[in-house]
Design a protein around this ligand. Sequence first.
Ligand code: IPM
Ligand code: MG
Length: 356
Amino acid sequence: MEKKITVLRGDGIGPEIVNEALRVLDAVCKKYGHTFTYTDVDIGGCSIDKFGVPITDEGMEQCKNCDSVLLGAVGGPKWDSVDPSIRPEKALLKVRSELGLFANLRPTKLFPQLADASPLKDTVVGQGIDLMIVRELTGGIYFGKRSTTETNGEKVATDEMLYTEHEIERIGRVAFESARKRNKKLASVDKANVLDCSRLWRAVMHRLSEEYPDVQYSDILVDNTAMQLIRDPGQFDTIVTENMFGDILSDEASMLTGSIGMMPSASLSSGTLGMYEPIHGSAPDIAGMNIANPLGTILSAAMMLRYSFSMTEEADAIEAAVNRVLDEGYRTGDIMQEGMKKVSCSEMGTLVAERI
Ligand code: IPM
Ligand code: MG
């Protein structure tokens, strides 16, 4: 098959980790006889430096006219003081919104080889961690109206949180379908004891749950979820939640697995076009040092093959290759432990590619 992939390397460690994912994708092409063509587009701080905006209109067009988008990471302290309307993160939100990527899947899985790397090893790791967080990605407080005004001599800031029934229902369906393919257990996370958005969210989810009687459904408040994820993560299978809660809970959940560097994500639309990126940020403190963990990006590339290209066997091959490299004891610094073999970012990518 031939596929056109738009590549957004971004800032910080973005370029390094994306290079390794492309190395692995090239190995997949070679083995399975596919042709992937890559087109680079600047995004985030590097685009601000070149063009004065975090993504150009031509760049956006390129993202819309391809088969899928692979992203590294955006942002860094260098751009912390630029005008909020052109911050690096704005470009990411723009791509998510303009491509209609409303469903963000964040699988949180503990590779048994890394059990000792989890800071919670004594309490939770025995249970094994295998969650799917389904995060609503194009609504809520991220996309509501914002303003900073001055009233009675002091500054006042507002960020509006807004959800329509339609937005809740379509992410709800993604979550119920995803739960169906897993352990048929779905927890919907909200703050219905305080927020109207959450009360609407809950009502829509309840209505949907009647269409999915085979899925064991429950509601849980977000603060309790934060606690339960640490106390007893094994009780969860699929979690669905609104945009900001999903952002926060997925970072928390990543620590159950030992390192945020391991976690991939898929942002999906109602068609096959998707964007794939690790859930971590641009890690400016280690940028350019060739020590970042590329596995989150490599596993995101596997999700791209699975969800956008329906290449199940190829996606399985990447995941199996990652497993083998971990079995063989290779570790980047973030997951390094005694007795293991420490490798650089590029060595890790090469090792995975060789095992395809
Ligand atoms: C993520 C990131 C982004 C988000 C930032 C960079 C805008 O934290 O993908 O989780 O908040 O969605
Ligand atoms: Mg985040």
